[in-house]
Design a protein around this ligand. Structure first.
Ligand SMILES: Nc1nc2c(c(=O)[nH]1)N[C@H]1C(S)=C(S)[C@@H](COP(=O)(O)OP(=O)(O)OC[C@H]3O[C@@H](n4cnc5c(=O)[nH]c(N)nc54)[C@H](O)[C@@H]3O)O[C@H]1N2
Ligand SMILES: Nc1nc2c(c(=O)[nH]1)N[C@H]1C(S)=C(S)[C@@H](COP(=O)(O)OP(=O)(O)OC[C@H]3O[C@@H](n4cnc5c(=O)[nH]c(N)nc54)[C@H](O)[C@@H]3O)O[C@H]1N2
Ligand code: SF4
Ligand SMILES: [Mo]
Length: 699
């Protein structure tokens, strides 16, 4: 007899409700849940791949240890005890332990409840995460303006009349720092009520194709566009902050003069978007209609990422759209992490490269490999990688490959032998996705409706398997015990969750949430910024001096000489998720997706042919890749998706290796980062492209 279980998909930020039909331990189907309070039945192809993940023959089920270059299965106790002993021995010799936390750890609330105990037990000195490859600029801006690193205002798409999306592709990514399942339908609904969506992107993306207008922008130049829009709002007298006046600090008045000196024509020439278009965007944003501007990866992982995210907030304020129904608002979810965790921090710390920003105690990933490669006593000697694959996800992966080989101890928490975990001494694999429970811990505070939704595990743990949180908690206890410390009791994630739900303003219990398999709807977002601000004086700090100084640095860069090189950008596909769903046959089928997209004019100038090979060369490296000629990318721009490069030696992903592709991050550069946040620059990479002559087979 089969049973159907309602659950939320843990793969991406959308957290869609799914219905999983199982018989015994067999997964019969995975479908969208039409009754889920947030996703209304929407799913994407990745949801069905949960079954492939659960049943993947390449998935590790027991800890493995590398012995003479070969993987050997060992028991949990042996793994924990050897790792603890080696770590403590190395620490005794003065070695510095580090940790890297990858993206999936943000999708596993159990990990969030235990990881600080492990960090403490290890004595992690250098903490890194995927955040400095991604969204750290948002945190810096939110910290300085709103007083909390995680206090984000998200577009209220269901009631908006104009949405300007810059450097985001939610039709493929399903939204980021914006939990917006069913994005495409919501856009269509907006258009049906005469609303408009406009997209700015160097590629005519899936989102751009849905839009009412799309504008190409030269990669890395959006700051000019954003300043142009803001200046147009001010210059045309459209600025209206009356809704927010009580909560804007005096520094608001410093912003208009700070951008007054920019010349609109020069801004337009810099980004390739006309003055008229900027003015039209300003008019639409500031017109008598609820509207919002939203920017994601394309404007975050670039040199002026923090300045861009600040300008986006400032435009939303100037146009009267922040904290407005149909504009952007701060969610009030069932589990409200903002009220329960500290404000976070933004500091400057010393690294081998000199002073660098450190946000929430993390160091920038652009310094990661170098901290392993240095030769003084500050060198990282041991590393714990929790749910991450930085060899494919961080800049200059080939350098990181070399750096990881220098470690004295490396432990990966991963279910696969990946491009990164192949370097480890031990891999500690978690159970399958349906053997663990799920709560959208970090994503409720980013969702377009206020809600709560808990999913219990569907399958019991198999013999000898553990969840990630158990692995983390048990390793922490072993290290503390061997180190002669008191061993704290484990507080189970469910209990922590229950406590956090009850302490949140909605006052729900876990039992209540669990009793509602389709989730509990707590209503639409509402203007609540005044109550939510975490700055000490309860006002928005509009213009932090760092942001104003960064405007000046941007102004000085406007005159920089530009080379004729092409600008490389990344891309995401709805059937992929970063580096780790490529082992699903279902998702991988179809044409090769790891191609170099190039405009017909640029291809012709280099003699490239569609389906032929090209070599792409950056300052750090060169890769050979299949050419895809398309006018979906603008002239002067090429695009390679990230997450490929499975051909590296020793990778245990048999399906992914059938179409290994190359890693864009073998071209990206650790020398380039956003100085205000330390975030890596992963787009607008300067490259040359040349034809690779095909070898003609000898007769
Ligand atoms: N050039 C370029 N680079 C990028 C990006 C880009 O746009 N362009 N995007 C960046 C962004 S936004 C991000 S978030 C990062 C992601 O960077 P990472 O988080 O480092 O990389 P992922 O590919 O998400 O790798 C996740 C790893 O966790 C493992 N894993 C998955 N689920 C689980 C689980 O439940 N438990 C355990 N223990 N392991 C699990 C997978 O097998 C995989 O090895 O990449 C960044 N890199
Ligand atoms: N299917 C799928 N979904 C995912 C993921 C995935 O790998 N696959 N990853 C998840 C993760 S970890 C994240 S962080 C989110 C990211 O979510 P998004 O930010 O929505 O996703 P991206 O595809 O990186 O979108 C960035 C867009 O910026 C454009 N771009 C590049 N450079 C520039 C520039 O200089 N200016 C402008 N204006 N645009 C530029 C790119 O062409 C691209 O369309 O997606 C999440 N969802
Ligand atoms: S959009 Fe994201 S959460 Fe929704 S089904 Fe796809 S992968 Fe899962
Ligand atoms: Mo991300």
């Amino acid at each position: 007899m089969s049973t159907i279980h309602a659950r939320t998909c843990h793969i991406c930020e959308a957290n869609c409700g799914v219905l999983v039909e199982v018989e015994g331990r067999e997964i019969l189907s995975i479908k969208g849940n039409p009754d889920h309070v947030l996703s209304r039945g929407h799913i994407c192809p990745k949801a069905t791949a949960i079954a492939d993940l659960q049943d993947d023959p390449d998935r590790l089920h027991k800890p493995v240890k590398k012995v003479n270059g070969e993987w050997q299965e060992i028991g949990w106790e042996q793994a924990f005890s050897e790792i603890a002993a080696k770590l403590l021995d190395l620490k005794g010799q003065g070695a510095k332990p580090a940790m890297y936390m990858g993206n999936p750890s943000a999708h596993d609330y159990g990990i969030s409840t235990q990881i600080s105990t492990l960090r403490h037990a290890i004595g992690v000195k250098n903490l890194y995460s995927a955040s400095t490859l991604d969204q750290i600029p948002h945190h810096v801006v939110q910290y300085h303006m709103y007083g909390h690193v995680s206090l984000a205002a998200v577009p209220d798409i269901d009631r908006s009349q104009y949405l300007l999306i810059i450097g985001g592709n939610p039709a493929a990514s399903n939204g980021s720092i914006w939990t917006v399942p069913d994005f495409k339908k919501r856009v269509k609904e907006m258009q049906a009520r005469d609303g408009r969506m406009v997209v700015v992107d160097p590629r005519r993306t899936e989102t751009a194709k849905l839009a009412d207008a799309h504008h190409f922008v030269k990669p890395g130049t959006d700051t000019a566009l954003l300043i142009g829009i803001l200046k147009s709002v001010f210059d045309s007298g459209l600025a209206d902050t009356s809704r927010l006046d009580a909560i804007l600090d005096d520094s608001w008045s410093a912003i208009e003069p700070a951008i007054a000196g920019f010349d609109m024509d020069q801004l337009a020439a810099h980004c390739g978007i006309s003055v008229e278009t900027m003015q039209e965007m300003a008019t639409q944003l500031a017109a008598d209609q609820p509207a919002a501007i939203y920017g994601r990866m394309g404007v975050s992982v670039c040199e002026f990422g923090t300045l861009n995210q600040w300008l986006i907030q400032v435009i939303n304020i100037a146009a009267g759209n922040l904290d407005r129904v149909g504009g952007t608002m701060v969610p009030e979810p069932g589990l409200d992490t903002i009220n329960l965790v500290g404000r976070g921090s933004v500091r400057t710390v010393d690294t081998g490269r000199g002073p660098m920003p450190s946000v929430m105690g993390e160091l920038p990933m652009v310094t990661f490999a170098d901290e392993m490669l240095r030769d003084d006593e500050e060198r990282i000697c041991s590393l714990f990688v929790v749910t991450g694959n930085p060899v494919l996800s961080s800049p200059d992966g080939a350098k990181l490959d070399r750096a990881l080989e220098r470690l004295d101890l490396m432990v990966s928490f991963d279910m696969y032998v990946t491009e990164t975990s192949r370097h480890a001494d031990y891999i500690l694999p978690p159970c399958g996705p349906l053997e663990k429970d799920h709560y959208p811990f970090f994503f409720g505070p980013l969702a377009i409706r206020n809600y709560a939704s808990y999913s219990p595990a569907i399958f019991a743990l198999q013999d000898g398997e553990k969840t990630d949180w158990e692995i983390i908690a048990e390793l922490a206890r072993e290290i503390l015990a061997q180190d002669g410390h008191d061993v704290p009791n484990i507080r189970e994630p469910r209990d922590v969750l229950d406590g956090m739900l009850q302490s949140s303003p909605a006052g729900l219990t876990l039992a209540e949430v669990e009793a509602a398999p389709n989730g509990i709807d707590l209503g639409p977002l509402r203007p609540c910024m005044a109550e939510r601000l975490r700055t000490e004086d309860k006002v928005i700090h509009c213009a932090h001096p760092d942001f104003l100084a960064e405007l000046e640095r941007f102004a000085a860069s406007l005159d920089d000489e530009r080379s004729d090189n092409l600008r490389l950008i990344g891309r995401r596909h709805v059937r992929q998720n970063n580096s780790w769903l490529h082992n699903s046959k279902r998702l991988l089928k179809g044409a090769d997706r790891c191609t170099l997209m190039i405009h017909p004019d640029d291809a012709a100038a280099r003699g490239l042919v569609d389906g032929g090979m090209a070599s792409v060369t950056s300052r750090v490296n060169s890769v050979d890749i299949v050419v895809e000629i398309t006018d979906d990318v603008m002239p002067g721009v090429v695009s390679i998706p990230h997450g490929f490069g499975h051909g590296r030696k020793g990778v245990g992903l048999s399906v992914a290796r059938e179409k290994p592709g190359v890693s864009i991050n073998d071209l990206t550069d650790t020398e380039r980062f956003d100085p205000l946040s330390g975030n890596a620059v992963l787009n607008a990479v300067s490259v040359t492209v040349a034809r690779v002559e095909e070898m003609v087979a000898a007769e």
